[in-house]
Ligand binder design. Structure first.
Ligand code: HEM
Length: 140
């Protein structure tokens, strides 16, 4: 932990802090909150399984622990009628904020890079297009 209370190491404890902090924002969010509350539950009390899945997911992604066994593409394909490409940009904005509030800058950036590349893949699988920022950077 740094003097500012920011995490200086990626481990189970700091991943849990980030995931809890991020989904605390998501559940309250005007754009993303309804999608998540509809799929998972209205109150954070219903979110235990989802949060536990996300601890394992980020442990697998950042620490290559292989603890996550699941199918994110399938889970998000089921949301295709409720989500639009720009929702992913907003997800990443909240993730950037949350990671900067929990981790020292270098580590926050590492979480942001991974999330961005996964968000791009999910957006592409769902919509056959990338998020708006990358879309505008590509020829049509
Ligand atoms: C528009 C943005 C997103 C929305 C609205 C969204 C929504 C959701 C919802 C509602 C679930 C729960 C599904 C269920 O349990 O019924 C879920 C699961 C999950 N999400 Fe997302 N998500 C978004 C972006 C992302 C991104 C960018 C990542 C990764 C960086 C991610 C990773 C996951 C994972 C790993 C699961 C668990 C899938 C499983 O194994 O059950 N999501 N998401």
């Amino acid at each position: 932990m740094s003097e500012m209370g920011l995490e200086t190491e990626i481990n189970d404890h700091s991943i849990k802090r980030l995931v809890d902090h991020f989904y605390g924002k998501v559940i309250e969010d005007d754009l993303l909150g309804p999608v998540f509350r509809n799929a998972i539950g209205e109150s954070l009390d219903d979110w235990g399984d989802h949060l536990a899945t996300m601890y394992r997911f980020w442990s697998s992604v950042m620490l290559t622990t292989g603890r996550y066994k699941g199918n994110p593409v399938k889970a998000h394909m089921e949301l295709v009628d409720q989500v639009e490409p720009h929702f992913f940009e907003h997800w990443l904005t909240l993730w950037t904020e949350a990671s900067e509030e929990v981790f020292v800058p270098d580590l926050a950036i590492a979480f942001q890079k991974k999330a961005k590349s996964i968000a791009q893949s999910l957006s592409f699988m769902m919509f056959e297009r990338f998020m708006p920022d990358t879309l505008s950077a590509r020829p049509a």
